[in-house]
Design a protein around this ligand. Sequence first.
Ligand code: HEM
Length: 303
Amino acid sequence: MNAQEILAEVEKFGATLLVLDGKLKATPPGVLPSDLKTAPPQRQTDVQKLGEKATEAPADVLAWVDQRTAASGFLTGMLYRKVPKGTNWFYTLGSATLFAFISQAVTGVFLAMFYTPSATQAYSSIAHINNEVPLGQLVHGMHKWGSSLMVILVFLHMGRTFFFGAYKYPRELNWVIGVVLLILTMTMAFTGYLLPFDQRSFWASVVGININGTGPVVGPYLSDFLRAGPELGATTLSRFYAIHMLLVPGAIIALIGAHIYLVVKLGTTAPPWMKADKPKVAVQVSQLDAGVEGNGATPGDQA
Ligand code: HEM
């Protein structure tokens, strides 16, 4: 680049080149060289520099993490993936179930801070949450009603995937993971029901455990495992609490991860009433390779 070209480039941005104090400088766009004498540009103060750094900090932190995890590739793939034509509101049921689960996890953590899983104190600790803890009744109510909502949503989501044929190849594994998620969601609702340890939850759990006992082959073992003793009591409550707090949520989190990974990897199914687009130009059979245009031939290439 010669001097003329450099000048032309600088002027393209509305700046002017000048020699000031024996040094070559460029004025910022829209500033005349004469302005520099009357109102020279202010140097940034330390506070301004700090402010600028602070505004760039979140982007810097994200870039730092991304350089070490390459997570942006996965996130871009997940957030900008193409969805089939005809995608509609029924496709939001999976995300709604996920949201219900997250809400259950968050409210459950706050409830666990005040709940006592003991046969003598469980009931009074729930009464304490409802009557004395600030916002306790709200959080308890969200958790209690949220559990029914999650069960309803998971069934609706399963219905959507079934009626749209999303269980077929290549999504069979995701369907199987979904079935396990359904069982785990029901297990959460069942084990959570006993925790207030009042008359209703006690007798409902007796009925539920007995129903499990009627299952073929594994039924009696399952009901023995759940009861954790000859009668429903303190040991049953501890067992239900461990299943409800640790075992099942951990498994649900892992399986939701696998479930959503497969959704991103395989994409979602188009609604059954959508037809595949017909090719706009007829393609000779000889130019097709297993149903796909092969050998770089495009419809336009035909003689
Ligand atoms: C905790 C429970 C569950 C969560 C959080 C969940 C979440 C999701 C999400 C976010 C999607 C993608 C969006 C959509 O299609 O709705 C999805 C897709 C799918 N889910 Fe679930 N799901 C759960 C349970 C189930 C159950 C019980 C089944 C079936 C037994 C199931 C089978 C499927 C299938 C086959 C797909 C792929 C849909 C397609 O390709 O169109 N999921 N799930």
